[in-house]
Design a protein around this ligand. Structure first.
Ligand SMILES: O=C[C@H](O)COP(=O)(O)O
Length: 258
């Protein structure tokens, strides 16, 4: 039986001052307590990481960053390295988010180097993948997802593989209010799991947490989480308010009375 915990992650993107970030952690802790069957991950902007680290850890939440460079140090003005993120208490780093790919021109090759660099520091990468609307309409969803997965995870060692986290975020659903239907998300998640199994083996692929992201809200979370291959969520807009994010953390699978 799998030991993996559901992972509910907040991606605040370029939002929140230090004061707002600290206040949020307290509000969220008061609203959700410390659920033992689900892991809560917060990825504040770099500027707030140090300030929230103690409150995040006391609340039993996990801390992550939204991006990193792949080198440990050097002349890379404006960049932040994995050892620096580890130093401020991060356990996770988002890699290859669609905004990094589409606004800042990040490639699969860069994602691969970042994934490896994050593992080198003993942190966990959350590799974000997903197709654009144009790619979906051209019937290329599975090709795109397979390529991003293959290249992004191309340098992961066998021993690190079970710790990989993948976030499937169809670009057309991010910040648009258009969520993938639970069936659309499940179809791609099952495909991702199959591809992972072909890279490693079935039991390792079953350990990997595959998150869904893209307009997740309190009113669609329960149905999404009911799908068998959705192991968690990466939430943008609805993670900015403790009231909506806490409802997402407290998702309840329909018919599940436990
Ligand atoms: O990382 C989160 C995703 O980009 C989803 O953002 P969203 O929930 O605002 O659509």
């Amino acid at each position: 039986m799998s030991s993996k915990k559901t992972l509910i992650a907040a991606n605040w993107k370029m939002h929140k001052t230090v004061e707002e970030a600290v206040a949020f952690v307290g509000e969220l802790r008061d609203a959700v307590g410390s659920p033992d069957d689900r892991e809560v991950l917060l990825t504040p902007p770099f500027t707030a990481l140090w300030a929230v680290r103690v409150a995040v850890s006391e609340a039993g939440f996990s801390l992550g960053a939204q991006n990193c460079h792949w080198e440990p140090q050097g002349a890379f003005t404006g960049e932040i390295s994995p050892p620096m993120l580890k130093d401020v208490g991060c356990g996770y780093v988002l890699v290859g988010h669609s905004e990094r790919r589409h606004i800042f021109g990040e490639t699969d090759a860069m994602a691969q180097k970042k994934v490896a660099a994050v593992f080198r520091e003993g942190m966990t990468p959350v590799l974000c993948i997903g197709e654009t609307l144009e790619e979906r309409e051209a019937g290329k969803t599975f090709d795109v997802v397979a390529r991003q997965l293959q290249e992004g995870l191309g340098a992961v060692s066998k021993s690190d593989f079970p710790r990989v986290v993948v976030a499937y975020e169809p670009v057309w659903a991010i910040g648009t209010g258009k969520t993938a239907t639970p069936a659309q998300a499940q179809e791609v998640h099952a495909f991702i799991r199959e591809r992972l199994a072909s890279h490693t083996d079935k039991s390792v692929a079953n350990e990997v947490r595959i998150l869904y992201g893209g307009s997740v809200k309190p009113d669609n979370v329960d149905r999404l989480m009911a799908e068998p291959d959705i192991d968690g969520l990466l939430v943008g807009g609805a993670s900015l308010k403790a009231s909506s994010f806490s409802r997402i953390v407290r998702y309840q699978i329909p018919g599940d009375v436990t």
